[in-house]
Each structure stands twice: as C-alpha cells, then as structure tokens.
Write a protein that binds this ligand. Structure first.
Ligand SMILES: Cc1cc2nc3c(=O)[nH]c(=O)nc-3n(C[C@H](O)[C@H](O)[C@H](O)COP(=O)(O)OP(=O)(O)OC[C@H]3O[C@@H](n4cnc5c(N)ncnc54)[C@H](O)[C@@H]3O)c2cc1C
Length: 499
C-alpha cells in the first residue's frame, strides 16, 4: 500500500456553524485516515447565532454525514422550507416566490418557461410560479416530503430546513466528539509564521501552543488566521450590495407554521421571518448609511408576529470575499472567508461547499499549489454567482420610496450580471455558469418576480401545438392545486414525522 502522505493533523479555530460543520465534514471524510482533528473555540467570544434558513443541499449534507433527518429535525426544532416568499421587492404591494424544485416540465424538449412565456404573450393569466409544486403547497401552508418514486404531481417539489443555529452547532458538536474530534475551549491569542510564511503554531491565552499541518479559520468576522495573521486581502463588494447591518429578535409562536421563509423589503433593506417549531427568528438587514439602529428596530417590530422573547441584537458585516480563500496552510470558512447577505440563505451552503471542495482537493504535506488554485477557483465561482443572483433581487426594483431604493437606479452592477440580464431580455435564455448554485428556474422565478420579461420566447416553441400546450398547462395548474390542498398541513406533517 502506498504511504499516506496527506496532512496528518488539522486544527479548526472557531465553534460557530462553520467550525462545527467543517469539523463534521472533515471527521466524516477522513474517518479511515490517520488524521487528527482538533476544534478550538473561545469560551468568551460568542458566535453570530444567526443562519437559520437553508437550501436543499443541506439535506444532502445530513445524508453525507449519515445523520438521521428525523433525529436532527427533532433536536434542532426544525421546520420545512419550500422556498422564499418575496414581498414588496418590485414595488410595495407586490409579491413573488422563489420556490425550490422544478417549475413545470419540458414540453417537446423545450424548457417549460418558454412555453409559459408564449402563453403570457397570448394573455393567459397563470403566473410562472403557479406551475411550481412547492408554491402550490406553500400557498396552502401544507407540506409533503416529495418522493421521486411517487407518481404524485407534487413529487417535483423540493425542500430545505429552517433550523435553530445554536442547536445545530450543539448537534454537530456531539456528532464530532463521537467521531473523535478533540474539542479545546480556549482563546487563541495569535498565530506565528514559519520562514515560508506558513502558519507554524497557535499561541493560546494560557501560553500553551497548538500545532497542526493544516489550519481552518472559522473565527467569523475576526478572521484571526486568514486576515490578522496571513493578511489576505478582502475584496469589498459594498458598492454592489450596500446593506451592512442586521438587527435580530426572536418571537414566540402565535399562528400556523409557514413552510417557507418570508423576505419582505422594507424602507432601507429587508426583513426575514423564519418559523421554527418553538419560536420565530426575525431580522432586519439594512444599510446604516440610510437608517440608524433605533429606526431599524422600530421597523422590524412592525413586521413581526408574537411576543419578543430575546433582547434585540445588532450585527455588522461587510459584503465581499477573500482574494484567496485558501492561502498557504490555512483555509478560511464561513464568515472569515467572505459575506453575502442572507437573502437566499447561502451562508451555511458556502461553509459546507468550502469543506466539500477541500475534501476533493485534499492537500498532501507538500501543499501542491495546483490544488490550492483549483480550490480557490471553485470558491470564487460560488461567491460570484451567488453575488449576481442577490444583486438581481434588487437592481430591477421600481421602488422609489426612500433614498435606499432610489440609490439602485444609479448603482453599478457586476458585468457578469449585466450580460445575463441583456441575454435574458433578448430571448429569455439564462447565460449560466454551469457551476452556478442557482438553476435556470431559480433565475426565471426571480427575474419574472422582479418584472423583467424577455422580448421574445425561443422560436422552437412554435413547433408545438399551442392549443394542446395551453390546455395541458391549465389542467396542470388545477391538478397541482388540488393535490396541494389534500396534503397535510405543515404542522400535521411534522407531528406525524416526530411521533
Ligand atoms: C444577519 C445574518 C443572517 C444570516 N442568516 C443566514 C441564513 O438564514 N442562512 C444561512 O445559510 N446563513 C445565514 N447567515 C450566515 C451564517 O450565520 C454564517 O455563515 C454562519 O453562522 C457561520 O458563522 P461562523 O461560524 O463563520 O462565525 P461565528 O458564528 O461568528 O463563529 C466564530 C467562532 O470563532 C470563535 N473565535 C473567534 N475568535 C477566536 C479566538 N481568538 N480564539 C478562539 N476562538 C475564536 C468564536 O468563539 C466562535 O465560536 C447569516 C449571517 C448574518 C450576519
């Protein structure tokens, strides 16, 4: 057998969602290798304690970790999420859905979207999202876990979870300890570098030293290793996405459990409402240039339901990414690697993707630059694609009720997004990077929601019999609605699952 030449020891600094998720993925991925994993976290520096809405790939992660979904859902007070309902983004009073799963199915080999577009040009009333099984369920507040083997018209729905971030970290902590991860509670005072500029050791406040081959920086905004020690540049994207603060409160439950995240545009940003089984998570993400904390809290309080059960917490952030996510023998993960506002719930996904990419480009003790470059290339694509998708939610707005919304008329948008919007406006095609997290259907849902209609549909749509297509579309909408109506309520589904 060839001698094992990969790194033999890894230290993760930070015990937030990113830290424990990294530890879990590494522990699972290296379980048959002679590699020790240590997680060191400060007993004094709190985690951000937000990050409660996920996307469907989170469930793939649970499968990868061989974690029982039922067990995880029970422990973390999770609920199901079928997508996001966007309110007041195009203009006040308007709303649209970005659902998970497919929206319609190809007809005669051509994307459903283009057939639907033709029907719109022929003055049909059905909206694009009416063809989404996830929206059909969400509109009724119902839920059914889709099964690919079932013949149900709802089987193309997809879902993610809303979860309690603190309980998720606790759950993963327990998982990691069982997998042999060593847990150290200590403040890391600083790190030292060797003569090649690699991290040599961590010096704890106690004076004790910790040494490993590979270091994972999960210290959140502090960026203790990637920023303070290795001084890797942070690429600022505030000119594209100007929100820089959030105020967060939890409220108690006082109504039915929505199977979706709500994202409502407010005067200076937007607020979220995330339902868990025991409480609601709420936050207002805003631009401090236009709005102070008191005003933000006042607006948030007008957009929550239930009694406030936590002190309001204010968080500051700077949108952007690291120039190198992996540099020398240090990989930054989570908030230390970059930040994109949580409009599409991508923070946890990015942390997970960082680790899965690391596992695929796992270094040997010589740290081949080709693997580091490939890792960085993949992570830049992830960040850039998500950035463009988030900017697309704002830049088409017709709102002009505040300086914040008016500022979008003048704001620069990334060239990659400009190309995408131009191609889409011409013929409805999505000029897509194959690695874009978001599918064409996601782009179509958001661009249609934001009022951008292409000038024409694809010509090959005309080779289908329009009346046949129109009739089958009308029958499809009715069938989806009827099936969704018969499904259990979200609460009934969870009660039965956890019984
Ligand atoms: C307002 C807001 C809302 C969000 N909503 C979502 C969402 O809905 N969905 C989603 O996917 N993502 C969301 N995110 C992103 C998500 O919260 C983060 O990706 C996730 O929490 C990861 O944070 P982290 O672990 O990197 O950092 P943190 O939670 O800040 O953890 C940092 C850790 O490092 C430790 N540490 C720091 N310095 C030291 C030191 N010197 N020595 C030892 N330990 C140290 C701390 O003790 C802590 O354990 C949101 C983010 C924000 C700001």
């Amino acid at each position: 057998m060839a001698e094992y030449n990969n790194v033999k020891s890894i230290i993760i600094v930070g015990g937030g969602t990113a830290g424990w998720m990294s530890a879990a993925i590494l522990a699972r991925s290296t379980e048959h290798l002679p590699c020790t994993i240590t997680l060191v976290e400060s007993p004094n520096i709190p985690t951000v304690g937000v990050g409660e809405s996920t996307i469907p790939s989170f469930l793939d992660l649970l499968d990868y970790l061989k974690i029982s979904k039922k067990d995880f859902i029970a422990y973390t007070n999770s609920t199901f999420k079928l997508g996001i309902k966007f309110i007041d983004w195009l203009k006040i009073g308007d709303q649209y859905w970005h659902p998970f799963g497919s929206i319609g199915a190809k007809i005669d080999g051509v994307s459903f979207y283009h057939h639907w577009l033709k029907s719109k040009f022929n003055c049909e009333s059905s909206e694009f999202s009416d063809f989404s099984p996830s929206v059909a369920l969400a509109e009724y507040g119902h839920f059914l876990a889709p099964s690919k083997s079932s013949k149900s018209i709802l089987s193309e729905a997809a879902y993610a979870l809303h979860l309690d971030s603190e309980k998720t970290a606790q759950y993963l902590n327990k998982y990691c300890i069982e997998k042999g991860v060593k847990h150290v509670l200590a403040d890391v005072n600083r790190a030292t570098l060797d003569e090649q500029g690699m991290i040599d050791r961590l010096i704890l406040d106690s004076g004790e030293n910790l040494v490993a081959d590979l270091y994972i920086d999960c210290t959140g905004h502090a960026g203790l290793l990637i920023d303070k020690t290795l001084k890797v540049e942070y690429i600022d994207w505030m000119r594209y996405l100007p929100v820089d603060k959030a105020i967060v409160v939890h409220t108690d439950h006082n109504g039915p459990l929505s199977p979706y995240t709500k994202a409502k545009a407010l005067e200076y940003g937007w607020c979220w409402n995330i339902p868990l089984r025991n409480r609601l998570g709420n936050g207002y993400v805003y631009s401090s240039k236009f709005c102070d904390d008191n005003k933000a809290l006042e607006s948030l309080c007008k957009n929550i339901t239930g009694k406030v059960i936590t002190e309001p917490r204010t968080l500051r952030f700077k949108t952007g990414k690291r120039k190198h996510f992996w540099y020398k023998n240090c990989v930054s993960v989570g908030l230390s690697s970059g930040f994109l506002e949580p409009l599409e719930s991508t923070g946890i996904y990015l942390a997970m993707k960082s680790m899965l990419n690391l596992v695929e480009n796992f270094p040997s003790s010589t740290y081949e630059q080709s693997l580091i470059d490939e890792y960085n290339r993949l992570m830049h694509i992830e960040f850039d694609c998500i950035r463009d998708f988030i900017v697309a939610h704002y830049c088409l707005t017709k709102r002009d009720d505040s300086d914040f919304w008016r500022s979008w008329k003048e704001r620069e948008i990334p060239d990659s997004l400009r190309t995408k919007l131009d191609v889409f406006s011409a013929n409805g095609q999505i000029f897509k990077n194959p690695m874009d997290l978001f599918s064409e259907e996601s782009w179509w849902a958001v661009l249609e929601g934001m009022g951008l209609r292409p000038r024409q549909y694809l010509p090959n749509v005309d080779s289908s019999d329009y009346m046949r297509v129109r009739d089958s579309m009308q029958r499809g909408v009715m069938a989806l609605r009827n099936a969704a109506k018969m499904a259990p309520t979200h609460a009934q589904f969870i009660d039965k699952l956890l019984k």
